[in-house]
Design a protein around this ligand. Structure first.
Ligand code: MLT
Length: 275
């Protein structure tokens, strides 16, 4: 998980705030964008960059507040994160459409970006994510998370989050994976993580974009994802005109990390339709 390409820091959508982008592969290869989940960083895509950088120019930005990106004010909306994504694309690939892969929060960013500027994308892979906005319970859970991080720091929040997102038993059976993810999450700014909670809580429903997606789409779900159930992924795929749906048995919410071999096999097959 440590090597997802060389980091370049570039201007975000806000004056003075820089965001880090992990880049690998040949600059003239077709661009493949990876958008990470909460509260990780582009480093989570190490196994995918290792697999795909031979054929693609991979770009894995760190959302502001995470990894190598600046924190800024800590007051983010989903629009801020999409504005940052467009700033990154403008400064890396210009107007060239990208194949994009978004996991969970990365999928929220991707769906809203698709709604705003569809011409930027030649294919979309939506992993362990959903188009629906938070309801009452979800918003309250975010508010509790924000308060908890403010009072107790990041660590207890991260411990509980990991227990909820990984497949049951992973902490016991794969302690290295658990500790690696925890380290990655703990490297992030508590202010930035709270900002992302705010952005997710206030995001809009992007369901109306699904039926308008005109590029090849892939929807992937860990079979044991308790945050975004496979049935929800399947229902989302059914609304997209040209989508295939796959589940990865034994993986939880972080399917690309928990089962990278199977995830990469599914992604590789899908990318043959996009290239
Ligand atoms: C993620 O993995 O990005 C988060 O679980 C998304 C969320 O909390 O809604």
């Amino acid at each position: 998980m440590e090597s997802a390409g060389a980091v370049r820091r570039i201007a975000s959508s806000s004056p003075g705030v820089l965001v880090g982008v992990r880049e690998a592969g040949a600059v003239d290869a077709p661009p493949l964008l990876f958008l990470h989940g909460f509260p990780l960083s582009g480093a989570m895509w190490g196994p995918q960059v290792e697999e795909f950088a031979a054929d693609w120019r991979t770009l894995a930005p760190d959302v502001r507040g995470c990894g190598t990106s600046d924190v800024g004010t800590g007051q983010y909306t989903m629009e801020t994160l999409v504005d940052d994504l467009f700033a990154v694309l403008d400064q890396t690939v210009g107007g060239e459409p990208v194949a994009a892969v978004g996991l969970s929060m990365g999928g929220y960013i991707l769906l809203r970006a698709l709604e705003r500027e569809p011409a930027r994308f030649r294919g979309v892979a939506l992993c362990d994510t959903r188009s629906g906005a938070d309801g009452r319970t979800g918003k309250l859970a975010r508010a509790i998370g924000i308060r908890r991080i403010e009072r107790e720091g990041l660590e207890p929040f991260v411990d509980d989050f990991l227990a909820a997102v990984l497949a049951p038993g992973t902490r016991q059976t794969r302690p290295d994976l658990w500790h690696g993810l925890k380290r990655l999450m703990m490297e992030n700014s508590p202010i930035g993580v709270r900002g992302q909670l705010l952005a997710m809580a206030s995001r809009i429903d992007t369901g109306r974009v699904l039926e308008k997606i005109s590029v090849p789409a892939l929807v992937v779900n860990g079979g044991e994802d308790r945050l975004t159930r496979p049935s929800a992924g399947q229902a989302m795929a059914a609304k997209i005109p040209n989508a295939v749906f796959s589940t990865i048995e034994g993986a939880g919410h972080l399917s690309s990390i928990e089962a990278p071999g199977e995830f990469n096999r599914i992604l590789r097959r899908y990318l043959t339709y996009v290239r």
